[in-house]
Design a protein around this ligand. Sequence first.
Ligand SMILES: CC(C)(COP(=O)(O)OP(=O)(O)OC[C@H]1O[C@@H](n2cnc3c(N)ncnc32)[C@H](O)[C@@H]1OP(=O)(O)O)[C@@H](O)C(=O)NCCC(=O)NCCS
Length: 175
Amino acid sequence: MNTALVEIVELSADDVRAAAGELAQLLLDAHASNMSLGLPGPLSLEHAVETWIETAAKLDPQNRVLLAAVDGGDVVGTVQVVRAESENGRARAEIVRLAVRADRRGSGLGRRLLEAAVERARRLDLRLLWLTTHADTDSDRFYETAGWTRLGVLPAYSTRPDGTLAGAALFYREV
Ligand SMILES: CC(C)(COP(=O)(O)OP(=O)(O)OC[C@H]1O[C@@H](n2cnc3c(N)ncnc32)[C@H](O)[C@@H]1OP(=O)(O)O)[C@@H](O)C(=O)NCCC(=O)NCCS
């Protein structure tokens, strides 16, 4: 597969609504890997689609942006940059819902999406990016190999799709 042909693009709210089904598949694939991306299991297609419709309504080019990896018109990965709302925290943002379609993992798309999110964060004049992910998972190792700083583990942070309460690894990167 030639991943160089995959484009990383910023989606508008209308784009997200139009691609909600494909984006939902990314969440279902994540759940199949026991990665929650902020949603409890069991996750239905309907709930996954609703989640993206709600996300679309929150997008704002200055404060919350969604990037997608698009291959021949198909969305095969996504990530969001979400600026903090607190009045004194406008220089920081959280990276949320990084996901690559299951059949496209391991070919560099996750890394490209993460780098594109960092680049977009620079253009938003952000200085600090942070994220959490279930501890001791492939994703935990992915962020370490991507060069993010792992601060430690927050215990009992969130529930995984299989129902277990799990700790989260806390990462940051200055931009
Ligand atoms: C985590 C995820 C986004 C990574 O995307 P991906 O496209 O599979 O990852 P890439 O192919 O870009 O891998 C990038 C690097 O991470 C490394 N990596 C990937 N999976 C890894 C693993 N399981 N263990 C260690 N390193 C790993 C790769 O070796 C690669 O390093 P390299 O460039 O030095 O060779 C993807 O697996 C995914 O969507 N998982 C389910 C959802 C999820 O966990 N999201 C994150 C929640 S916060």
